[in-house]
Design a binder for this molecule. Sequence first.
Ligand code: AFP
Length: 331
Amino acid sequence: MTTLTSYLDTNKNTEITPALKDVITTITEVGKTISQLLRKGALADILGEAGQENVQGETQKKLDVLANDLLLDALTHNQHCAGVASEELDDATPANTEGSLLVLFDPLDGSSNIDINMAVGTIFSILPYQRQGHLSTNSDFLQAGNQQLAAGYLLYGTSTVFALTVAEGVAMFSLDPDTGDYILIENDVRIDADTSEYAINSSNYRYWLAPMQQYIDELIAGKTGVRGRDFNTRWVAAMVGDVHRILCRGGLFTYPFDTKDPNKPGKLRLMYEANPTSLLIERAGGAATDATARILDISPTDIHQRVPVVLGSKNEVDYIKKLHLQHADND
Ligand code: AFP
């Protein structure tokens, strides 16, 4: 039996530095507390609205606020952490000026699922910090996803699962509620290139671009259309859950560009959601794009910027990209 601690200690990968180990351990320890609070549910008085709005103008749930505060407190007290950025806070919080790492997180992805007892998760991304001796600022975080040193998520579902990528490959751990240890359950997660399962919020159909409408029309036509086979929909309403399903059994997830709100080219956040999940998906053999360009190569201009996301089984992602490029050529 391999625990997360022994995995981080004995993994041959030399890029798992002591600083990374320490920060990853801090995140997973907070994950245990969040998991316990979720398990208590209404009994812990953590359901419902906290009565505040976050920087994105969305109402925060009590547990969003709690999870955010727990992670922020633990990470700013970690000696290796030079700064912390949260989806829930306007600005990044500077921490230890001698730290070598910056941490970004979405404390509770899929928060609308909390009150209905469905899966939610914590997503994180770790970037290098180059300006030791100085307080970190928002601009230090504006690094492309391909610079991430590690990324992962905690999924609080029927069990609590931790997915991690550091330098290469993706490993998955399950939290043993009896011992409090994260136990390795999959050492090298791989995603098949082909899939018949897709995730999209189809209620936004009328706002999508023509190539995305064409793609979904083709999947719905199934055997009777150009794809010549049937497809099936799954939608968790928490990206972290959809990404987890794809890591487990393949699939396609997209929150595409839409014209619903001209100020939002996509719903998902590049730095807290798209970058970390794209790194996991690519490292497991899948692909992640904004429909035409690789997500991990996007140079961020704002820590809260949003981006269209198409990720999962490689052949489906490539096919969507082909449709978008064809439409661009025809325009
Ligand atoms: P919240 O964390 O604000 O609930 O948002 C979750 C999310 O950004 C992402 O995790 C889901 O895939 C997506 O929203 C669900 O969006 P819909 O509301 O369109 O189903």
